[in-house]
Write a protein that binds this ligand. Structure first.
Ligand SMILES: Nc1ncnc2c1ncn2[C@@H]1O[C@H](COP(=O)(O)OP(=O)(O)OP(=O)(O)O)[C@@H](O)[C@H]1O
Length: 612
């Protein structure tokens, strides 16, 4: 794998002249530059070592890998050296830039199939080489596929690559979370048995979709949502209806890559034999089709950065909408994301299907793909049916809430235990819902027409005791339906504060229980009266008693005065409940005011101190 660069590139920054910025990643800025002694245009990736403090290992790995590889479809380093706090990695300059930037600048809807086939074939050749040498790239995506002026394709960015032959710590690194969520294979997210080079095949399939549509599936969602969707949904794919412009063999090739079970994905070598790649065209055609008429890379990059800045301002105006920020990250082609457990919990709880996200589990009702590989006997790959079915074959769960019970298997060893939190919150949700619905059921059975009308109102109005909205739930105390109750709305976050939930839940259902009790007392009286009447008219006292009515008959009949007192007690109890609730609200407000006051006092003190 080692190679000796024919030319000797100098290892001092003074031998290079940096020109404009042509790219930016999470860890580096890339410049077009001139290598003065050799009079050759190069690209220099400048990594700020201070910023990458905790990932020096990754950087070392990237530089080592780039120095060792020798394949026409892989970007190799001419040399690298440190200067001040930076590491400079000198590579050939590929003036077309990345496929992601090309799409963002000129092909927002994605490329045509022959171009996709050629680009992917070249990338696949690079993967065959890497895998044969024991490397997993781990970050295959359009942002890391570079095109040169002649249309040649090179896979770049070994920042997160891993070696299959590593042992010890480096072996363990294959059990960690690396890559970019949209392109990340489910087994990489799951951390169940680690993963191997088949993870690159998944990313390759996602990249195929990215080149076809101009964006990766789920790219507009925040990373945590992407993780959940990748694990829970059926694999994404090309659709019969929406993707009519693409051939069946392209659809099959993508489907073969995007199988959740890595064992069922083809190896890169096998995939290269897929007849889809027979449609590939020449470098020259690619250069003509993709690059003709485009402005220089630096200029395109500047325009994209300006767009990005606009987007950022828009996002700020929209209070930092997560989805837009995510999109923005996507525009930049950023690889690394920060995973925050709390954020995951809250995002997952409030995941909605308003955007048409489906919650189908991988149905595993796979139809066999026809042998699409030319030269080899290929074990049948599985293809998720919805990908070949009609566009709307994904059926979102009705309430839009993720059904976590079905995620158990796939997420058994998810490292940060977010799913237990999700499950707990969903169970809590379920118990509130069950409780509320049994309440409504009791209420509905009430024979009293007035009660029944009230209860129907309770159930039908949006102010019902527990309101099941799309993908979230809300307990509204006003909802409990008792007209006299104070109309305080309390949204319950099912993740945080179980005791708060119980208080709110109690406040919500107490008036209903009191109401039912009152109704029951009245009904009991009516029943006793009816029984007495029947006894007197038919002389059946004994038989009825024998049939178990004795208890009822032994209950003292409530007098008018008693009834009045009972309802007064109920009203008082209800008022106490309301007062407790109001008190809690006032307490909360008070605490907030206290906090604000303290902050103001602290600030004033600080200002005084500074003035002194
Ligand atoms: N040799 C090159 N020639 C032209 N453009 C390049 C070259 N190398 C990188 N770029 C551009 O710079 C961008 C960032 O480079 P690179 O992906 O290596 O940085 P990074 O920090 O590792 O990014 P990330 O990890 O976010 O993918 C690329 O997406 C590409 O557009």
């Amino acid at each position: 794998m080692a190679h000796a660069s024919e030319k000797k590139f100098p290892v001092s920054s003074k031998d290079y002249k940096l020109y404009e910025e042509v790219g930016e990643g999470v860890s580096a800025t890339v410049y077009r530059a001139l290598c003065i002694p050799l009079d050759e245009i190069v690209a220099i990736k400048v990594l700020d070592l201070e910023k990458c403090n905790n990932d020096l290992d990754g950087i070392r790995r990237e530089v080592q890998t780039m120095a060792l590889i020798n394949h026409p479809n892989l970007l190799r380093a001419h040399c690298s050296f440190t200067t001040g706090q930076s590491l400079w990695v000198v590579t050939p300059y590929l003036s077309g830039g990345s496929c992601l930037h090309l799409m963002k600048s000129a092909r927002p809807e994605g490329f045509v199939e022959p171009i996709i086939a050629t680009v992917l074939r070249e990338v696949l050749k690079a993967l065959v080489y890497l895998h044969a040498h024991g490397h997993i790239h781990r970050d295959v995506k359009a942002g890391n596929i570079l095109i040169d002026a002649n249309g040649a394709v090179k896979l770049a960015d070994f920042g997160v690559s891993a070696c299959m032959f590593d042992s010890g710590d480096r072996q363990r690194s294959r059990n960690t979370f690396v890559g970019t969520p949209c392109w990340m294979a489910p087994e990489v997210m799951q951390q169940l048995h680690g993963y191997d080079f088949k993870a690159d095949i998944w990313s390759f399939g996602i990249t195929a979709l990215e080149l076809a549509h101009g964006h990766a599936p789920f790219s507009k969602y925040p990373p945590m949502k992407v993780l959940l969707m990748t694990l829970q949904n059926a694999p994404p794919g090309l659709d019969y209806e929406r993707d009519k412009r693409f051939s069946k063999s392209f659809k099959e090739m993508v489907a073969a890559c995007l199988v959740k079970d890595p064992k069922k994905r083809p190896s890169s070598e096998k995939l290269l034999k897929h007849h889809f790649f027979k449609h590939a065209c020449s470098n020259e055609y690619r250069a003509r089709t993709i690059l003709d008429g485009l402005s220089p890379l630096g200029e395109r990059f500047r325009t994209l950065k300006m767009k990005e800045a606009d987007l950022f301002l828009q996002n700020k105006a929209m209070n930092g909408d997560k989805e837009h920020l995510s999109q923005q990250e996507y525009v930049r082609g950023i690889s690394a994301w920060n995973f925050d457990i709390e954020e995951l919990k809250s995002q997952a709880v409030f995941i909605q299907d308003k955007n048409g996200i489906s919650n189908i589990r991988d149905p595993d009702m796979n139809c066999k793909s026809k042998n699409a590989y030319d030269d080899e006997d290929f074990s049948p790959e599985v293809v998720s049916p919805e990908r070949f079915g009609p566009a709307n074959s994904q059926t979102p769960q009705e309430d839009g809430v993720f059904d976590l019970r079905n995620m158990e298997g796939s997420l058994a060893s998810f490292p940060i235990r977010p799913l237990h939190a999700l499950e707990e919150s969903q169970q809590r949700h379920q118990s509130v819902q069950d409780y509320s619905s049994s309440l409504l059921y009791c209420q509905k059975k009430d024979i009293n027409s007035q009660t029944s009308a009230t209860m129907n109102a309770l159930e039908d109005t949006p102010e019902g005791a527990t309101v099941q909205q799309k993908g979230r739930f809300k307990v509204t105390s006003a909802s409990a339906g008792y007209k006299g109750a104070p109309s305080t709305n309390c949204s319950v976050n099912p993740v945080s504060g179980a005791s708060t939930n119980r208080t709110v839940l109690a406040a919500a259902v107490l008036p209903s229980l009191q109401y039912i009790l009152q109704q029951n007392t009245m009904q009991r009286e009516q029943l006793i009266k009816s029984i007495k009447y029947l006894e007197q008219t038919s002389g059946h006292h004994r038989e009825l008693a024998d049939e178990g009515t004795t208890d009822l008959l032994q209950l003292p009949p409530a007098s008018g005065r008693e009834r009045e007192l009972q309802s007064q007690v109920l009203r008082l109890q209800q008022r106490i409940g309301s007062a407790v609730e109001e008190l809690q609200i006032l307490k909360r407000k008070n605490a907030q005011l206290e906090q604000t006051l303290n902050a103001v006092l602290n600030r004033e003190e600080r200002i005084k101190d500074e003035e002194c």
